[in-house]
Design a protein around this ligand. Structure first.
Ligand code: GLA
Length: 728
């Protein structure tokens, strides 16, 4: 396992997969294979047809069968006869754009490479190997180093590219994608994850169409609308069978995934920063680093693929004190009060919550400047004395005295026109000279690509975090970015801004998380608008969606779970009728749905009946018991809540001894047989006892026959079943 080189053929082997490429006699780096281990050089599968109108490289001389337009390539370029979608593009001072990359050298190193200024998978030296393959343009001094991280035990390969200008003149990099994956054979289907605010990451599956299809964001964030992941599967692939390939882009800004199904029925996937909002002036002697892509592959369906991504993201992307430990159960005041709160109200909410076992109070939007509504105050990161007369310190002390930790909401990258910050620094807000800026939620975006803005935010946020005993930060971002223009950049380099914005955000997050290592940072972007592996490098959890309705959440969390671990999804129990849908669901249903994540509450618990308070107490106690199983165990999607009348999901501990099944039965139907749920991931030879009634089942019976769902009554009915293996 690991990296092996045979002549000029590269074998990147993980426990169950092989990634293979070869630098051929012309120095072209061909992609040979990404799939199950074969133990063989897969070049025999390549065909060299003479395809009309597909050109031949000059050094192939009279060979009409050698064409870059038909071969699977490792990092496709443009301008030299491959007419498919390129992964990289540059423009020289004379206006030409061709790039002809040929093999130069390689290097193998123990451990996993890192990327300056960008989040990347990290690993110990014994867990990973890096291979770096250098390619050079035939006519210029542009080099590209393709980096591969191989994590054998995780069945994961990472990729990133470095574009280096060893010439004497600056070039413009117009496209610098992180991934290029050619798949020469098979009919593939594309599952992409689309949505909108309060309705994120809905899987949509369809066969590939000839030509280019894409998912992308131009919003400055990875977006609610499309997620920076790609999932390709063979026809008929299911949760438990069939071949699929997944890729996750570790990037939180404008991205682009393009999939081309070409004239020969070959598939090419490229993925990286969005070319609509990107170009980069690469000066002589400088290097450009692309963001990282995490790749994984499964021949046993989506479930295995998800398990691989969950593990690598939880263990090798998320960092910090809270990466593996149980997160505090929090109560957030947003849906309880919106902007209408003061110290007394917050303390009252905290008091009620403390009595029921909650660990932390999070004070949401509205505590600073003149922030009585969403039309003003953003940027003024100092306490609103009318609401909090004793300042942060006074409030936090009272909350701490109740036995609760304290967390705070911020939205650093934004500014309201009605704010002291905007009055002092109008030039810090993104706007195009001579044009009125686009407003969204009444607010403007700060030009994060400027170092002075970042420094200001670091100071402002450090001051807040040092001013009181603050244990948690919710980092929000409540609009899309438009009107791209930075006063700090010359005209020719304006398209660097969107990437610089993300680089400065990452730098700011790095500085703050290092300066405050005990603070838990939760990402947020109007809920799930920046739910990506880039943010997870700094914040181990992200508010999954502004939709807290239990039924809706079963769908949103189902979609999110294809790539992202359960511990990454911030999920709260909120009041009914639900504030987004008006739907009334039982408290227990809201509880089990919110437990499928980083658990919390978002309502005034004082308003509950005594019976409901007992239920909340029970939920917290259960979460304390089940939390490690939910977050460290394997997660199984036992139903598709978009297509079936129920959502059923299961967690199994890694030793297969503990099993928790949660379900929401959307509608009860009269006069029906109770149906069995077939469990997965158990030890077939073990016996399991169902906690609820003590009945014992064999693992084999539970996985093949299943377990009968209890009798239900009503709508959105919660089901909970906990089983533990018993000694024979
Ligand atoms: C966003 C968040 C919410 C809340 C509001 C406050 O929409 O997703 O949870 O914090 O902002 O304005």
């Amino acid at each position: 396992m690991g990296v092996r080189v045979d002549g000029r053929t590269f074998y990147l082997e993980t426990a169950n997969t092989l990634y293979q490429m070869k630098a051929d006699e012309y120095g072209v780096l061909k992609h040979l294979w990404y799939g199950a281990k074969t133990g063989q050089d897969m070049e025999y599968l390549l065909d060299y047809p003479d395809v009309g109108f597909s050109g031949n490289i000059y050094d192939a001389e009279n060979n009409r069968n050698y064409s870059l337009d038909t071969l699977p390539l490792e990092y496709a370029t443009e301008g030299i006869g491959d007419f498919r979608i390129p992964a990289v593009g540059v423009r020289y001072p004379n206006g030409a754009s061709a790039l002809d990359l040929r093999y130069e050298s390689y290097r193998i190193e123990p451990g996993k490479y890192s990327i300056p200024g960008l989040p990347a998978v990290y690993a110990e030296e014994y867990e990973a190997e890096t291979v770096a393959i250098t390619l050079k343009d035939t006519a210029s001094d542009i080099r590209v180093v393709l980096k591969y991280g191989v994590l054998p035990a995780f069945d994961v390969i990472t990729r990133s590219a470095v574009i280096i200008n060893d010439g004497t003149q600056a070039v413009m990099v117009n496209k610098a994608h992180s991934l290029c994956l050619d798949i020469p054979y098979g009919h593939w289907e594309w599952v992409h994850f689309h949505g909108r605010w309060t309705k994120e990451r809905e899987p949509e599956r369809r066969p590939l169409l000839h030509g280019i299809q894409q998912s992308s964001s131009k919003r400055g964030t990875s977006s609610h609308q499309q997620n920076p992941v790609v999932l390709l599967c063979r026809e008929g692939c299911t949760e438990t069978s069939g071949t699929c390939i997944g890729a996750v882009l570790m990037y939180s800004g404008c991205f682009q995934t393009q999939i081309e199904y070409d004239q020969l029925n070959q598939t090419r996937v490229v993925m990286g920063m969005n070319t609509h909002t990107f170009s980069w002036e690469l000066k002589p002697g400088n290097s450009f680093y692309t963001p990282e892509v995490i790749l994984s592959q499964s021949t046993t369906g989506f479930e295995t693929l998800s398990h691989q991504f969950h593990r690598v993201i939880r263990e090798h992307v998320c960092r910090g004190k809270y990466k593996m430990i149980e997160r505090p159960v929090l109560i957030n005041n947003w849906e309880a009060t919106y902007f209408d709160f003061n110290e007394d109200k917050l303390v009252e909410i905290a008091k009620g919550a403390a009595e029921l076992g909650v660990d932390m109070l999070v004070m949401d939007d509205g505590w600073f400047g003149k922030r009585d509504s969403d039309s003003k105050g953003l940027g003024d990161w100092y306490v609103n004395q009318e609401k909090l007369p004793n300042g942060l310190e006074g409030l936090v002390k009272k909350v701490n005295d109740l036995g609760l930790q304290f967390g705070i909401w911020v939205e650093p990258e934004m500014v309201s026109e009605d704010s002291d910050l905007f009055r002092a620094h109008p030039e810090w807000a993104i706007q195009i000279p001579g044009r009125k800026p686009t407003r969204s939620r009444f607010q403007l975006v700060l030009d994060m690509s400027r170092k002075d803005v970042q420094d200001y935010l670091f100071d402002a946020l450090s001051r807040i975090l040092s001013s009181a005993n603050i244990s948690y930060v919710k980092w929000d971002f409540n609009r899309s970015v438009s009107d791209w223009y930075s006063e700090a950049l010359p005209a020719a380099r304006q398209k660097e801004m969107s990437h610089r914005f993300v680089l400065e955000l990452y730098d700011l997050l790095e500085r703050l998380t290092s300066a405050f290592p005990n603070v838990l940072f939760e990402g947020c972007c109007g809920g799930g608008g920046r739910f990506d592996a880039g943010i997870l490098y700094y914040c181990p959890q992200i508010w999954c969606s502004d939709d807290t309705d239990a039924f809706e959440r079963t769908q949103i969390q189902y979609g999110t779970s294809f790539f992202y671990p359960i511990s990454a999804m911030g999920s709260h129990v909120s009041a009914v009728p639900n504030h987004q849908t008006g739907r009334v669901t039982p408290l227990k249903s809201r509880g089990i749905t919110a437990m499928s994540g980083s658990f919390g509450f978002e309502l005034d618990l004082n308003k509950l009946t005594d019976e409901e308070k007992e239920e909340v107490k029970l939920q917290i106690a259960l979460f304390k018991e089940y939390g490690p199983l939910i977050h460290n165990g394997k997660y199984y999607r036992l139903s598709d809540p978009f297509r079936e009348k129920y959502a059923i999901w299961e967690y199994v501990s890694r030793d297969a001894k503990k099993v928790l099944v949660h379900a929401l039965i959307f509608r009860t139907e009269p006069n029906m047989l109770r149906y069995p749920i077939r469990l997965r991931g158990l030890d077939p030879d073990k016996k399991y006892r169902l906690r609820e009634d003590g009945v014992i089942y064999s693992g084999n019976a539970l996985m093949n026959g299943g377990i009968l769902i209890p009798k239900v009554w009503g709508d959105y009915v919660p089901v909970e079943m906990y089983l533990e293996a018993i000694d024979a």
